[in-house]
Design a protein around this ligand. Structure first.
Ligand SMILES: [Zn+2]
Length: 140
């Protein structure tokens, strides 16, 4: 993206469904980079890709800003790799739970039942969930 393709911060905020102060906060925290033109913040292609990476990690719901800062650090001993390795199983569990919640919610909408605990199909999903929870806690 050439310099004439710099995107002003207001438009970037719109694209990402964020408020400008939130983007400034990210910059203050060192999570993202911007460049000034006429004293105003703009994003080039690399800045936009970095923001996309930050938002992806934030929206995972499982990474703090400090951890995201570590993940984005290019320093060889930053601990980024170790942190990434630690978070993979956490995110796998999170994705699994979210997928199950999505199936339960879709079934809830499709069948419009008042009580998911008495629905056979929901019950099957919930039994599988219960097995995972109790396995994780070593009770079975
Ligand atoms: Zn159901």
């Amino acid at each position: 993206m050439a310099e004439e393709h710099l995107v002003p911060i207001g438009r970037v905020a719109q694209w990402f469904g964020m408020r400008v102060p939130a983007l400034r906060f990210y910059e203050d925290e060192g999570l993202i980079t911007t460049r000034r033109r006429n004293g105003r913040r703009h994003f080039d292609e690399r800045d936009l890709r970095r923001l996309a990476l930050v938002r992806t990690y934030v929206e995972s719901g499982k990474l703090s800003h400090d951890e995201i800062g570590t993940l984005l650090s290019p320093a060889p001993r930053s601990g980024a790799r170790t942190l990434a390795e630690q978070h993979i199983p956490v995110l796998e569990t999170h994705v699994d739970s979210a997928s199950s919640a999505l199936r339960l919610l879709r079934h809830h909408v499709d069948h419009d039942h008042p009580d998911q605990l008495t629905c056979p199909r929901c019950d099957q999903e919930l039994r599988e969930r219960l097995d995972r929870y109790t396995c994780r806690r070593g009770q079975r």
